[in-house]
Ligand binder design. Structure first.
Ligand SMILES: Cc1cc2nc3c(=O)[nH]c(=O)nc-3n(C[C@H](O)[C@H](O)[C@H](O)COP(=O)(O)OP(=O)(O)OC[C@H]3O[C@@H](n4cnc5c(N)ncnc54)[C@H](O)[C@@H]3O)c2cc1C
Length: 383
């Protein structure tokens, strides 16, 4: 029988890196495929600040924490928070070096389940090379789940709108007029950054009232994730009303609040907030200008940006769509159905990060969950 790699980790973002650190300590031979921190480097704008703080680090063994990284630089957390994207990427590099994590800077194009006496996975890389593994962890984050609501696709001319995920070079918007649709942290942070790049006017349209600029309290999240690491079914077993209230609490901290450091940056004459509004029409003029109607008022803009978030649909992961696994994978509401160790009904195939939020809670969309994720998967690898 051919020898297969015990573990293939697809994705070199926070979840993939923490998984690798865990597997290495446990002596599990593995390969990480994916460009290191690609999503953070290429789908977030330069000069962005994080919402999370130093306590959401990557080390399942609590050694190579952000605090430890700060000590190497003689810095204290209050000197670096809110964390700038560049600083955070510095931590990620340091963590990778400390844990000797090397990722194969490649892309998996297809993933198949196959047999040679036992079942195993065959991944096909972009250059056609293949790699076989007994276990696969899918840690591909948000990228494939951009939410572009259908009505907007129909309303806006093709090529004149983009999701925040694909619009991070904000220098191109100098002297331009921009409409951002969405009213949560990303919408406001993109607005601040675009405005600081010298945009002419920015309109922000969102259906709800303006969230408050107030510090979010995430202090309760780490203790909860520690519980889940020991009792993985904890979230799943909650009574519906308890589960709902937990989801609401998370929602309230994340969505009903905007970071206080954004408040001042948004208060400029060139930024027009349009709370409780909705776009109803859009016409492209021969001049190329877009005439957009928002609650009966016309805004003339050059670019539309959708800060409309992300929505999991596992069938949109290209290497699954290109392979033979999807038709045997159990899913519900677009999410893979997972057991207590983030394993799908296909033995040896694990999903984490945003794909795990339905079964493990909304915290799994954030880096707070990387350590718990690694521990749970690490305890259930086949072979
Ligand atoms: C604007 C914005 C701000 C955010 N701010 C915060 C914050 O402050 N704090 C926080 O905790 N979270 C934040 N998040 C959420 C955070 O981005 C995610 O929690 C985190 O990135 C998920 O990590 P991940 O490892 O699953 O995936 P990602 O970080 O998305 O990494 C995905 C990895 O998969 C690889 N990959 C993808 N497809 C393939 C393929 N086919 N083959 C091989 N490799 C592949 C990529 O190259 C990459 O290495 C933010 C998200 C957004 C959009």
């Amino acid at each position: 029988m051919a020898k297969h790699l015990p573990l293939l980790i697809i994705g070199a973002g926070p979840f993939g890196l923490a998984m690798s650190a865990h597997a290495r300590r446990a002596g599990v031979e593995h390969v990480v495929v994916g460009k290191s921190m690609e999503f953070w480097k290429t789908h977030m704008p330069k000069h962005m600040y994080l919402r999370s703080a130093c306590d959401w680090h990557y080390d399942p063994f609590d050694e190579d924490t952000i605090e430890r990284y700060l000590q190497t630089k003689n810095l204290k957390s209050n000197e670096v928070e809110p964390l700038a994207l560049d600083f955070y990427l510095g931590y990620c590099d340091w963590f990778q070096q400390k844990r000797a994590i090397e990722s194969l800077q490649a892309r998996v194009d297809a993933l198949n389940l196959t047999q040679d006496g036992s079942t195993y996975f065959e991944s096909v890389l972009e250059d056609g090379k293949t790699m076989t593994a007994q276990n696969v962890v899918v840690a591909v984050g948000f990228r494939y789940f951009m939410n572009v609501p259908e009505p907007y696709r129909a309303l806006f001319p093709a090529g004149r709108f983009a999701h925040t995920c694909d619009f991070v070079d904000l220098t191109a918007l100098k002297n331009k007029r921009v409409l951002i649709i969405g009213g949560r942290q990303s919408a406001f942070e993109w607005a601040a950054l675009i405005s600081e790049q010298g945009a002419d006017t920015l309109y922000l349209s969102y259906r709800h009232p303006t969230p408050v600029f107030e510090k979010s309290d995430w202090s309760w999240v780490n203790p909860l994730l520690d519980i889940i690491a020991i009792d993985p079914g904890w979230f799943r077993r909650l009574k519906p009303e308890k589960k709902e209230s937990l989801v609401q609490r998370f929602w309230a901290e994340g969505r009903l609040k905007l970071e206080p450091w954004l408040g001042k940056r948004i208060s400029r004459d060139t930024i027009k907030l349009l709370p409780q509004s909705q776009v109803t029409a859009c016409k492209e003029q021969p001049s190329g200008e877009l005439e957009v109607t928002v609650n009966g008022v016309t805004c003339i803009v050059d670019q539309i940006i959708l800060a409309t978030g992300y929505k999991v649909n596992v069938s949109q992961i290209p290497f699954l769509a290109n392979g033979n696994i999807l038709n045997q994978l159990d899913s519900k509401n677009g999410f893979p159905v997972l057991d207590d160790h983030l394993q799908s009904n296909v033995a040896g195939l694990f999903f984490t990060s945003m794909c795990a939020t339905q079964d493990f809670g909304p915290f799994f969309a954030f880096t707070a969950a990387v350590r718990t994720s690694a521990k749970l998967i690490g305890a259930a690898l086949r072979g």
